[in-house]
Design a protein. Sequence first.
Length: 127
Amino acid sequence: MAGCAALLLAQGVNRQLMDVQHTFDMRTAARDISIALVDAESGQLGYVLTQDESYLLPYEKTVHTIDERLLALRDMAKGDAEQSARVDRVAKAVQSKIAEMASTVTLVANSHEALATSIVKGVAGRV
């Protein structure tokens, strides 16, 4: 009987450890998305201010990988409605920021630097 109780206790502890690891993995993935977004914005701002296309590298890298990163985060949240709702809110905010950055990059590429600069200086331009 004591052996059964010890086995059940060990299984419970193992499940809790797996939950902690899963939460840690989700936080790490979300943090990585946040860091990539900041890197992208830094590149976007550098491009808007200087029109030097070399600044676009971190922006373009993030744009090309952000959907994969968000999908991975969504997969991690499957089965947990509360976590899934949080990930959906994060994804919506990230996509909005990516769209804003894309619009300023396009404006600069089309010789509308002043308009792009006014957008990044405004409230809408803040992460």
